[in-house]
Design a protein around this ligand. Structure first.
Ligand SMILES: Cc1cc2nc3c(=O)[nH]c(=O)nc-3n(C[C@H](O)[C@H](O)[C@H](O)COP(=O)(O)OP(=O)(O)OC[C@H]3O[C@@H](n4cnc5c(N)ncnc54)[C@H](O)[C@@H]3O)c2cc1C
Length: 401
């Protein structure tokens, strides 16, 4: 495998570095690269800065970098995209575009399945961060077994009438649109009776009820649909094709969730904490148990980076990247939970002090990480489900009946 870059690719790297030196709003900050808007209390104050950042990236064609030129993106190559992400990661820049779900999976699904009208309507607003999306897949009785969903849409002329409930809908309180899975055919097999709709959150009949998590944040909500009317032209793909649209979207979700740069930053920050925090009368990093855990984290993160390069190689060869992304998603869940635990363990008894307590180390950052990640790992498919995917679709083990 040849990891060297062409002169043109190196020139692109220089261009990215010069841009970041001038425009990165996180210059000099310790914030992890790619931290989502909403993860920090400073976000509201920093929103104008982030919007200016998004606009500067957009003008360069660096939001939705690899999306095709026909939809207003730059149609950039995969290697350049990797360079862009790598340099932004090293510089701890914010995410490359603010419309998180729009960029991660809604946009790619619209590009693949959308009509020309839908592409023109939705994609530019995702690139310019003018509209934000949420994802209405899960229901109270349908999570891992998503295909059993019951939220229904009945055709009435050139509209669908939607009734039912979604749950755990991240960012539903702020999004302008929801990508929604509904059942349009109760007689067909459970996978083929599903349709995907693009629904404005301000539509009459939608009620959003926020849900609070154990870390004190309110990242998601229940969403109720009571005779909500949706234009048929807002259907993504054909009627009954919703499952295929979702599979595309979820494979983008799993690959984008698996970014490793922020993990490397967290690891660097953990080592730094280990030098500052005192455990059993000496610097935590001198404790053999702590060193072993740091080493294990480091080797897992490196394995994830190399796995990521494997996916990239497949993509460069024009091969589809499918179930393999579940490997990094699974590893990431384990690594993130360990990062939070290790950050707290290194602080000894101070590890119990959360944000706002006098004496909380690093503003309670590691405690928040520990309380957040156990829930985040479930989003996009639980670890058990990832293991099933790996067993059945990569290792070819017998299907769980
Ligand atoms: C932070 C967060 C954000 C989320 N954001 C969204 C969102 O924006 N939009 C959205 O639609 N959903 C979202 N979800 C929902 C998420 O996708 C579901 O919670 C997830 O798919 C699991 O479904 P469930 O909660 O119904 O659990 P269940 O499917 O009921 O699972 C319960 C337990 O059973 C295990 N299990 C289930 N089936 C199997 C199996 N076949 N083999 C082995 N074990 C199994 C699971 O691993 C789990 O431990 C979010 C969830 C979280 C926690």
């Amino acid at each position: 495998m040849d990891f060297s870059f062409t002169p043109e690719e190196e020139a692109f790297r220089d261009e990215v570095r010069a841009f970041l030196a001038e425009r990165n709003p996180n210059r000099g900050s310790k914030r992890a690269h790619g931290a989502e808007v909403g993860e920090s209390d400073d976000d509201v104050a920093s929103l104008p800065k982030l919007l200016a950042w998004n606009q500067a990236l957009y003008e360069r064609g660096w939001v939705g970098f690899s999306w095709p030129k026909e939809v207003g993106a730059s149609g950039g190559g995969l290697i350049e995209q990797m360079i862009l992400k790598e340099e932004a990661g090293k510089a701890r820049a914010p995410m490359l575009g603010l419309s998180y779900m729009g960029l991660a999976w809604v946009g790619p699904a619209i590009i693949q399945y959308g009509t020309d009208e839908q592409k023109q309507r939705f994609i530019p607003k995702i690139l310019r961060a003018e509209e934000h999306w949420c994802t209405g897949y899960s229901e109270p009785g349908s999570g891992s077994d998503l295909a059993s969903l019951q939220c229904r849409a009945e055709r009435d002329g050139d509209e669908y009438v939607v009734n039912g409930q979604k749950i755990w809908t991240s960012l539903a309180m702020w999004a302008q649109w929801i990508i929604l899975l509904v059942r349009t055919d109760f007689t067909a097999s459970k996978h083929t009776g599903i349709t995907c709709l693009l629904v404005p959150m301000k539509a009459a009949g939608i009620t959003v009820r926020p849900i609070k998590t154990m870390n004190g944040d309110t990242p998601f909500a229940e969403v109720f649909f009571d005779n909500v009317r949706v234009l048929v032209k807002n259907r993504l793909g054909e009627e009954g094709q919703g499952w295929d649209v979702t599979k595309t979207a979820l494979s983008h979700e799993r690959s984008s969730i698996a970014e490793v740069t922020s993990l490397q930053h967290n690891l660097d920050d953990l080592k730094d904490l280990g030098r500052r925090a005192c455990l059993n009368g000496r610097a935590a990093i001198e404790d053999p148990g702590i060193r072993q855990r740091l080493a294990r984290l480091e080797s897992t993160i490196e394995a994830m980076r190399l796995n990521g390069l494997r996916f990239l190689t497949k993509q460069l060869r024009g091969e589809p990247v499918g179930a393999e992304t579940s490997v990094n998603k699974l590893l990431r869940t384990e690594v993130e939970i360990e990062i939070g635990k290790l950050g707290c363990d290194m602080q000894g008894s101070y590890g119990q002090l959360v944000k706002g307590s006098p004496g909380a180390i690093d503003g309670g950052r590691w405690q928040k990480h520990m309380l957040s990640w156990p829930s985040v790992v479930i989003g996009g498919g639980t670890p058990n489900v990832q293991r099933n995917v790996i067993a059945e679709r990569i290792l070819g083990l017998p299907h769980d009946a």
